[in-house]
Design a protein around this ligand. Structure first.
Ligand code: UDP
Length: 254
C-alpha cells in the first residue's frame, strides 16, 4: 500500500490523509516540547500511551453525549478521526492553581479555586499562544458569541465528568487544555471536541501525595516521565497490549 500523504506535522502529532474524504489519521509521536519549543526531548513510548489514554477519554465523553472527532484507534500510534476546521482557540479549564495561573496572579500553587475557571488562548506559535478574552475572540472573528457559549458549556461539562472520573482513580484533575473543531454537515455547522486529552495537556496529581503524573515531570525535570504517563493509563484500566516492550510501536506506517 502506498504511504499516506502527510498533511501537517505538529509538536507531538502528525496528521495524515484518511482512508475516506472527511477523515484523517492522527499519529502520536514520542516527542515532547515545552516553553514554546525551547525544550525538546523524545520520551520513548509516550505516543503509544497518549493514543490509548486519549482514545479512552474520548470514548467515555462520547458515552455522555459529548461529540468528538474520534472514530477508532487503528494501531499502537494511530487513530482515525473526523476532519474538522479547528477553532483557533486553546481552552484551558482549571480546578486547582498551577502553572501560568500561579505565575500570572501570584496564587499559591495547589490551592483549590473557588470555582472552575475557563481561559482562552489564541493559537499562535509565533506569539506563544497569548491569553485572550471573549472580546478579542469575537472582535477578530476567531469565533462567535454563540460558538463561544457552546465551547464554554461543553468545556465545563467535560471538566465535571473528567474530574469525577479521575478522582475515582485517585487523581486530581488540576487543569487541562481542550481544542474544538467545526464540522459541516449539509448546511449545518456542528462543534465537536478535537485534538487529544492526555497527560501532555492535563495536570494530574496523586490525591494522597500530590505526585505529578503529567507533562510537568518533563517541564520540571522530575524524571520518570514515561512512568508517570504509564501510571495514569494503569489507573484508568488501560495497559499496553503486549507489555512494556511493545511501547515503541511500529516504526513505519502504510
Ligand atoms: N496546556 C497545553 N498546551 C499549551 C498550554 C497549556 O496543553 O500550549 C495545558 C497544560 O498542560 C496545563 C494547562 O493547559 O494542563 C494549563 O497550562 P498553563 O496555562 O498553566 O501553562 P504552562 O504552565 O503549561 O505554561
Amino acid at each position: 500500500m502506498a504511504r499516506r500523504r502527510q498533511l501537517y506535522e505538529g509538536k507531538a502529532k502528525v496528521l495524515f490523509e484518511g482512508p475516506e474524504p472527511g477523515t484523517l489519521i492522527q499519529y502520536f509521536k514520542d516527542d515532547a516540547t515545552a516553553f514554546n519549543n525551547k525544550k525538546h526531548a523524545v520520551i520513548t513510548g509516550k505516543g503509544v500511551i497518549n493514543n490509548r489514554i486519549s482514545e479512552h477519554l474520548m470514548l467515555r465523553l462520547h458515552e455522555i453525549g459529548i461529540p468528538t472527532h474520534f472514530v477508532r484507534r487503528l494501531n499502537m500510534r494511530e487513530q482515525l478521526i473526523r476532519e474538522v476546521e479547528i477553532v483557533p482557540i486553546e481552552v484551558v479549564v482549571r480546578n486547582i492553581a498551577a502553572g501560568s495561573l500561579v505565575k500570572r496572579l501570584g496564587i499559591e500553587e495547589g490551592q483549590r479555586l473557588p470555582r472552575a475557571i475557563v481561559e482562552y488562548y489564541f493559537k499562535s506559535d509565533e506569539l506563544g499562544d497569548p491569553l485572550v478574552s471573549e472580546e478579542h475572540i469575537t472582535a477578530f472573528g476567531w469565533s462567535s458569541y454563540p460558538e463561544i457559549d457552546e465551547i464554554l458549556s461543553m468545556s465545563l461539562r467535560i471538566n465535571d465528568f473528567l474530574a469525577g472520573m479521575f478522582i475515582g482513580v485517585g487523581l486530581k484533575l488540576v487543569d487541562f487544555k481542550l481544542e474544538f473543531g467545526r464540522l459541516w454537515e449539509e448546511e449545518e455547522v456542528r462543534l465537536i471536541l478535537a485534538d487529544e486529552i492526555s497527560p501532555d495537556n492535563c495536570r494530574l496529581w496523586d490525591v494522597a501525595t500530590n505526585e505529578r503524573l503529567d507533562k510537568d515531570r518533563f517541564r520540571q525535570d522530575l524524571g520518570n516521565v514515561q512512568e508517570g504517563y504509564q501510571e495514569v493509563a494503569r489507573r484508568l484500566g488501560i495497559l499496553p497490549e503486549a507489555g512494556p516492550r511493545d511501547l515503541k510501536g511500529p516504526e513505519t506506517m502504510q
